[in-house]
Design a protein around this ligand. Structure first.
Ligand SMILES: Nc1ncnc2c1ncn2[C@@H]1O[C@H](COP(=O)(O)OP(=O)(O)OP(=O)(O)O)[C@@H](O)[C@H]1O
Ligand SMILES: [Mg+2]
Length: 343
């Protein structure tokens, strides 16, 4: 890495629309729009594999250097298992684009939409995977700063995939203004402070909470919403709740407590466990980041202990298995050389 800074910034590679279409063939009309980007599934004709192509959504004069920054932050960390691989970026005529690995898995938000929140053990595994990734990225000077249920793909078999480096910050960069996704953002980031591992701890914990119950720990619903509908999240009220520290305890959520209940266990014991989990979240959601856990890993350990899971049950695999032919191969290696490794 040492000498990279000595090279002048190379110009953005420019491709014509024809160049891009020759190489990447759109698959049907599948296109997912986030806040700033639209992601389409395409076939890389030369390498015969699926890719995701991201363009800015809003207007074509979108600041191309922002997407260049995104691509570079992404490329600094994409060799870490669990981060979507980035393959290319450039300008298609005047519009920036990024080509990356297509992730064939549901996001946490997709799972919640189908009404199947993660089980407690899955949520702790997810927490462990996110914590590991955040700390690995930080070693390379990258803070993701936008952990949310749409940027994280997770399944028990394939574990985590993380996307969207649109607002990621390098340790030497200055963050311009507050950014992130409201339900998951720490109060100091709302207050325009630069995200760091303590604000990441907050956001990761908020994603874990949402993966369990389908809404963020501070989400407030529109008062006008009909009781039968789950209601629309009110941005202003959620923002106020974050700043005022109005955390919604899990122990008060009857549906959640029922789900926590193990066979032959009295309800009071499940509620007790929910309270222990609330105590962990309450520490993470301290307004003053110095009152949070010293590391994200320490938060995960406390959560794991409150839930009563062992390290063996939760452990993040060193190399998440791919959804491909490699999977058979890797499974074979794992069985042959690491007979004690979990499935
Ligand atoms: N590599 C990928 N493979 C499959 N789907 C992806 C991929 N990257 C992104 N997506 C989907 O597209 C959505 C939007 O992508 P992304 O989050 O990068 O865009 P964005 O507009 O910057 O996001 P935001 O909604 O946070 O503003 C994601 O939430 C995810 O559902
Ligand atoms: Mg996103």
């Amino acid at each position: 890495m040492g000498n990279i800074a000595e090279f002048a910034e190379p110009p953005l590679p420019i491709y014509s629309s024809q160049d891009l279409e020759r190489r990447y063939q759109r698959i049907g009309t599948l296109s997912i729009s986030g806040g700033l980007g639209t992601v389409e599934k395409a076939l890389d004709i030369e390498l015969q594999r699926f890719v995701a192509v991201k363009h800015p959504t809003i207007d074509p004069s979108y600041d191309a250097s922002a997407m260049q920054r995104e691509a570079k932050q992404h490329a600094r960390v994409d060799s870490i298992p669990g981060i979507a691989k980035i393959y290319a970026y450039g300008l298609e005529e005047n519009v920036p684009f990024i080509v990356m690995e297509w992730i064939d898995a549901p996001t946490i938000a997709d799972r919640l939409k189908t009404g199947s929140p993660l089980s407690l053990i899955e949520s702790v595994m997810l927490a462990s995977d996110m914590s590991w990734l955040a700390e690995e990225m930080a070693k390379r000077g990258v803070i993701h700063a936008d952990w949310n249920t749409k940027n994280v793909f997770w399944s028990k078999e394939n574990r985590i995939r993380l996307v969207d480096f649109g607002i990621a910050v390098g340790v030497i960069d200055r963050q311009q203004g507050a950014a992130g996704t409201l339900s998951f953002v720490a109060p100091e980031v709302l207050d325009q402070r630069t995200p760091n591992l303590f604000s990441e701890q907050w956001s990761i914990a908020a994603v874990v909470y949402a993966s369990l119950v389908g809404r963020g720990p501070f989400d407030q619903l529109e008062s006008s919403s009909l009781p039968l509908l789950r209601g629309k999240i009110s941005g202003k009220r959620t923002r106020d709740a974050i700043i005022e520290g109005k955390y919604t305890p899990l122990a008060n959520n009857e549906e959640f407590v029922q789900r926590l209940r193990r066979i032959d266990e009295p309800l009071s014991q499940a509620r007790e466990r929910a309270r222990a989990i609330d105590a962990v979240f309450t520490q993470v959601f301290s307004q003053d980041s110095r009152d949070r856990f010293p590391t994200i890993q320490a938060f995960v350990q406390a959560l794991q202990d409150a839930c009563g899971f062992t390290d063996e049950e939760i452990r993040t695999p060193r190399f998440p298995l791919e959804e491909s032919d490699d999977r058979v191969h890797l499974a074979h290696i794992v069985k042959t050389f690491f007979p004690n490794q979990r499935e």
